[in-house]
Design a protein around this ligand. Structure first.
Ligand SMILES: [Zn+2]
Length: 262
């Protein structure tokens, strides 16, 4: 009888241990939360779907845009910024909404350094040499001195134009030797239609006075932190624009036109 009791206790102890191990490993995962799809954004689905208040619950780090495609979003160390098309950078308010964003609680697993990288192509190569297994999505943070061009698109009103047409009105900012942080993601080709295959990077200056979506540029000296993502949650809009958008085509050419100017 006593023996049975002690076996029972041991089983409960093992079960508890297993439970805590599973919980602990789930918490250490880098989980990505995404609002909508890149094809929806390319097709002009710019209605805000998730408030900043909600988005902040899913992460302290990430990128995106705002309702009406109004500027570029950068989330860094738990603060969410909007780089407006005027160049002004502001802290967002909780009521603002996003039609497309990627956020996560950033837990870096790998670090590296990059030096004297002048173009986006060189930056890609430098990051490629650090990130080996390309079958995952990666979150990337680079703290360093940036020189290059960023952009922000002025907000649009309905009927919304496609992203290709909206990008024709973008403001381009020339940023020289500016200390700050690059925030973004590397996605495999297989995410085509859902997110941006390749590198999608935004920049914000240390003084929080400039930034935007990186069109081109490099880093003089930078500390790189990388997190591999093994868990991905996507929330799709329930609005008419999303339901009626033509999302099942290959828009990779349109996407590469608006992403960089290498
Ligand atoms: Zn962007």
């Amino acid at each position: 009888m006593n023996r049975l009791k002690s076996i029972g206790r041991i089983s409960i102890a093992v079960a508890c241990l297993l439970f805590f191990t599973v919980v602990a490993s789930a918490q250490s995962q880098n989980s990505l939360y995404q609002v909508s799809t890149i094809n929806a954004l390319l097709q002009g689905v710019y209605d805000g779907q998730v408030t900043m208040k909600e988005l902040k619950k899913s992460g302290d780090f990430g990128i995106g845009t705002f309702e009406g495609l109004d500027g570029e979003m950068i989330a860094l160390d738990g603060k969410f910024y909007q780089v407006k098309s005027t160049g002004e950078v502001i802290l967002v308010n909780d009521q603002m909404k996003t039609p497309f964003a990627n956020v996560m609680n950033f837990k870096p697993e790998q670090t590296g350094e990059i030096n004297d990288v002048k173009t986006f192509g060189e930056l890609e190569k430098a990051l490629d040499s650090i990130i080996k297994d390309k079958n995952y999505i990666y979150a990337i943070r680079i703290d360093g001195v940036f020189t290059g061009q960023t952009r922000s698109i002025p907000g649009k009103t309905k009927p919304y134009p496609s992203l290709t047409d909206a990008a024709k009105t973008q403001s381009v900012f020339d940023i020289q030797q500016t200390k700050g942080t690059i925030v973004g993601f590397l996605c495999p080709q297989y995410v085509n239609g859902i997110n941006v295959p390749g590198y999608h990077l935004h920049f914000i200056s240390e003084d929080r006075k400039s930034g935007g979506h990186i069109l081109n540029g490099g880093i003089k000296s930078g500390k790189v932190q990388i997190a591999r993502i093994t868990d991905f949650r996507m929330v799709l809009p329930s609005n008419d624009a999303f339901q009626q958008a033509s999302l099942n085509q290959d828009y990779s050419k349109e996407l590469s036109k608006v992403e960089q100017s290498k």
